[in-house]
Design a protein around this ligand. Structure first.
Ligand code: UT7
Length: 329
């Protein structure tokens, strides 16, 4: 008998209306469209405006659309996991808020914090619940409102990040389709290079932390860049070797959208041509846990049943990883 695999059976995304263009950023910090485009590939990013609007707004819109398009009764959802580093609050979990707002009243729900690799960590975790045979309908959300932790006076970070996210439905598959393998890694030594220092238990919010601007993302860009290029490419090549995949066998590389140069380096290492690389960084920037579900959403119409996809990410922590999956519809 075929082993049960966890297959993505639907995807939906949400990005806020407001477009923060490179031209507008030129009026805020000392930067220019040419620098941003050539160094990152980003042209604009979306920003969630309005008081009291947290990451759950993005998650709720994505999950509502997902339930509708997959004809899923929210009461049948058993588990909802949300990957995010910008939860509505420290607690309760944003996943709890999303689940209740979409009517998933029978689901248990929790958040996963793994920065830009969050969606891969959450997808692998969710897949294990399905593979165990105990769960039949699990939703994974990857969403971030990065604008809530970005210093719009810091040109090294404000040009990269944006708001948005997406959600997938995972269901059992006995035809061999779905998630085949994953390699997930983390290294706490990364805390010095990419972090939001204050607001947690080590440095709780105080007048001093606010004055020192420690509630914003700090990134040592070039150090993170070096780690990202090496690790994202390595882990993508590793998953191919482990599963005997050649570049011809891979239909799509689905890379975290942090910087077009990191994506290009990963594709080169895998020997995968540009036309097989999903890319939407130019219109959304880096939405942290949101990039991979947003890519799947944007490219959904191009995907065919049985396509081999390699998902790859690198982010704060450091965290990184890759997933090999066979598209199921
Ligand atoms: O998704 C989570 C993980 N994050 C990442 O993967 C991001 C990794 N890092 C990066 O993508 C890149 O490091 C950045 C896009 C953040 C920066 O690009 P870079 O090519 O590494 O630039 P740099 O930091 O080495 O800076 C090069 C120069 C510097 O000027 P000098 O010292 O050479 O005169 C910077 O001050 O570019 C300057 N610079 C800028 N100039 C115009 C830095 N930011 C800007 C800017 N506009 N926004």
């Amino acid at each position: 008998m075929q082993q049960i695999k966890a297959a993505i059976t639907g995807v939906h995304g949400y990005v806020p209306e407001y477009r923060l263009t490179n031209q507008e950023l030129e009026t805020m910090v000392d930067t220019n469209d040419e620098w941003i485009t050539s160094r990152t590939g980003i042209k604009e990013r979306r920003i969630l405006k309005g008081e009291g609007q947290g990451t759950s707004v993005i998650g709720v819109e994505a999950v509502k659309g997902l339930l509708e398009k997959t004809n899923t009764n929210p009461e049948d959802v058993e588990l909802l996991i949300c990957a995010t580093v910008t939860p509505d609050m420290v607690f309760p979990a944003t996943a709890n808020i999303i689940a209740t707002k979409v009517g998933a009243v029978n689901a248990f729900s929790y958040d996963i914090s793994a920065a830009c690799s969050g969606f891969l960590f959450a997808l692998t975790t969710a897949a294990s619940f399905i593979e165990s045979g105990k769960y039949k309908k699990v939703i994974v959300v990857g969403a971030d409102k990065m604008s809530s932790i970005i210093n719009y006076k810091d040109r090294a970070t404000c040009i990269i990040f944006g708001d948005g996210g997406g959600a997938v439905l995972l269901e059992p598959n006995s035809e061999g389709l779905g998630i085949q393998d994953s390699i997930l890694r983390s290294d706490g030594a990364g805390e010095d290079y990419l972090r939001m220092k204050a607001g947690g238990s080590r440095y709780p919010a105080s007048q001093e932390t606010v004055q020192n601007e420690e509630h914003y993302v700090f990134q040592d860009g070039s150090t993170v860049f070096k780690f990202a290029v090496t690790n994202m490419a390595d882990v993508s090549a590793q998953i191919m070797e482990k599963n005997n995949l050649t570049s011809e066998d891979v239909q799509w590389l689905v890379p975290h959208q942090a910087n077009k140069r990191i994506i290009d380096a990963t594709a080169r290492r895998m020997g995968v041509d540009d036309e097989k690389v999903m890319m939407n960084i130019e219109k959304y920037g880096n939405t942290t846990a949101g990039t991979i579900p947003l890519l799947l959403w944007d490219y959904e119409n191009k995907l065919k049943k049985g396509d081999n996809l390699v998902l790859a990410a690198f982010g704060g922590g450091f965290t990184w990883g890759s997933i090999y999956l066979k598209w199921a519809y």
